[in-house]
Design a protein around this ligand. Structure first.
Ligand SMILES: [Fe+2]
Ligand SMILES: [Fe+2]
Length: 240
């Protein structure tokens, strides 16, 4: 069975959207119904997230859903909570440099809750998904209370590492006017550079991971980021 076709995602499927292939019938009450539901969530999420942020586009959602499925399978988390939460976690986007940034995950949870209620989702699942969404963000500083929330938080953070994490940091940096790189000792007016941001944030992301599987997945992905920083510093003549 072509799961993506069945789900209604069809030809709009993201290139890395194989998260449905990571789910089997033993994990949900009714696999076919779950796949149709995922299709509805995907279409809603894509429609709401149309704001041109390349680092938080549908491919980010698909990668977070892949990570969430891998983590849920390894950690024993409820797939029918983590997948909806992964696909709905960034509904409301507040720019990284906005003072309202910490409200984004709460606003996303509110929009997701309203939609899930309207769609007739079971109340317990609505609350479980909403908590995952609220707690996913670093800036919101809401501790994840459930295994599912820990999984979704790790799934999102893993996308800040590896080659996608590097690319997304550059895209966000360009979008908010960060310098890509700056030489030490020279005063700049626009805050930290993208390379400084990666250097400061990567250990925070790694140290904040909640699950053993997430920590294991981060080893190679964070090494890629540090290697990239080293190569850039080398290219700018800081390392020999
Ligand atoms: Fe987010
Ligand atoms: Fe995200």
């Amino acid at each position: 069975m072509d799961l993506r076709q069945t789900s209604g995602i069809g030809s709009n499927a993201p290139p890395c959207g194989t998260f449905l292939d990571l789910i089997d019938a033993s994990q949900v009450d009714n696999l076919e119904a779950f796949i149709l539901e995922v299709g509805r969530i995907w279409i809603f999420s894509k429609a709401v997230m149309l704001d041109g942020d390349l680092a938080h586009d549908e491919n980010h959602l698909a990668r977070v859903a892949v990570n969430a499925a891998i983590l849920a399978n390894a950690e024993g988390a409820a797939i029918d909570v983590v997948i909806p939460a992964a696909l709905l976690h960034d509904l409301v986007n507040v720019p990284k440099n906005s003072p309202n940034r910490e409200r984004a995950s709460k606003l996303s949870a509110r929009v997701a809750k309203e939609w899930m209620h309207a769609e007739g989702f079971d109340e317990n699942r609505v609350e479980a998904v909403a908590h995952c969404i609220e707690a996913h963000s670093m800036s919101a500083q809401i501790a994840p209370q459930t295994l599912e929330a820990k999984v979704v938080q790790d799934a999102d953070r893993l996308d800040a590492l590896g080659s996608h994490g590097i690319r997304r940091a550059i895209q966000v940096g360009d979008q908010i006017g960060r310098s890509f790189f700056r030489s030490p000792g020279i005063a700049y007016s626009n805050g930290e550079s993208t390379i400084e941001h990666l250097k400061r944030r990567t250990p925070l992301v790694v140290n904040g991971l909640q699950t053993a599987t997430g920590k294991a997945m981060a080893v190679q992905a964070s090494a890629q980021v540090y290697k990239f920083i080293e190569q850039i510093e080398h290219a700018f003549g800081l390392l020999h």
